[in-house]
Design a protein around this ligand. Structure first.
Ligand code: PSU
Ligand code: MN
Length: 305
């Protein structure tokens, strides 16, 4: 392993013994949720992974080291520090060579997880094809990363700040399977539906683990997007979310926000303008994803020789 990769001793031991490990990202902590809910949620998520039989490995870059499994103090630091860079794939070599701190996106976290040998990754929502991408060309590196890297991503579907239809088209083009857990409707993060049907549906963690094993054993490289609907009693209806999203997109345009700042801007705007309701849904769905991801990791390690 490259010396820039640093494994927490618990993660190293689990990987050595073939025990299930679940990778977790840090952009959601540093840029996706406000303090102190971000730290409380990150800790709760780690606890849920543990109680479902797997070892959590929250991934971030600390003084240029890709750190796989954060200590309590490190996690707290990422929750509070104001100047932490959002690190996607293109930023990794800069942040590592300059020995900086970086919160890793889905794309960067997946790549580090793959380097460490962790095949299951849990997040809230992935980046995708933005609304208006036909002129802005704003397509998240999360999607291109998923084409190549053998790490499955458990998310609550695709957030409706994005163009869900175009994101599903892009995933199809890149040969990335999209499997929704337990229902045919494709979820949209805050809502358990989106108006789109899921390309595929599986009903048990075991069936998902078996699909991953077949895929990778055959050399069908790349990720699988596992979409886990937010529990219905904690969802925000699609129509209600759409009103907030239209306002958020308009505010971003007026403020001239672009590039990597767009997603954090929209998330913050929506959290502020839904009186915390969206933050509650966000917390509920990521906890829900942590449980499913850990169960898939347990089942996958049981069938891996
Ligand atoms: N969606 C969320 N919360 C997040 C993100 C997405 O609900 O925190 C973060 C993830 O880290 C994701 C990144 O990888 O935003 C995508 O950023 P961009 O759109 O700039 O690629
Ligand atoms: Mn972008």
């Amino acid at each position: 392993m490259h010396p820039a990769i640093h494994l927490h001793p618990d993660v190293a031991a689990a990987l050595r013994d073939g025990e299930p490990v679940v990778a977790l990202e840090s952009t959601i902590i540093a840029h996706g949720m406000p303090y102190p809910q971000n730290v409380a949620t990150a800790r709760a998520v780690e606890e849920i992974v543990r109680s479902n039989g797997a070892i959590p490995a929250t991934i971030a870059i600390i003084k240029g080291k890709c750190t796989v499994g954060l200590t309590d103090e490190e996690l707290d630091y990422f929750g509070q520090a104001k100047d932490i860079l959002k690190v996607s794939l293109r930023d990794m070599s800069y942040v590592i060579s300059q020995q900086l701190y970086g919160a890793t996106t889905v794309a960067a976290t997946m790549r580090i997880a793959a380097m460490a040998g962790i095949p299951i990754f849990v997040t809230g929502g992935i980046g995708g094809v933005h609304r208006g991408a036909e002129t802005s060309m704003d397509i998240s590196a999360d999607l291109t990363e998923m084409e190549h890297t053998n790490v499955a991503v458990v998310s609550a579907g695709v957030k409706s700040i994005l163009d869900i239809g175009l994101t599903l088209e892009y995933l199809e083009t890149k040969g990335i399977p999209v499997v929704t857990f337990g229902q045919e409707a494709f979820p949209s993060f805050y809502s358990s539906t989106s108006g789109y049907n899921s390309p595929l549906t599986l009903d048990t963690p075991e069936a998902i683990a078996t699909m991953l094993k077949v895929k990778w054993d055959m050399g069908l490289n790349g990720s699988v997007l596992i979409a886990n609907p937010v529990p219905s009693h904690q969802e925000i209806p699609v129509a209600e979310m759409e009103e907030h999203i239209v306002l958020a997109l308009d505010a971003a345009k007026r403020a001239g926000v672009s590039g990597k700042d767009i997603t954090p801007f929209l998330l913050k705007y929506i959290a502020n303008h839904t009186k915390g309701e969206s933050l509650e849904a966000n917390i509920a769905l990521i906890k829900n994803n942590a449980a499913l991801g850990a169960q898939i990791a347990v089942d996958l390690s049981a069938i891996t020789d």
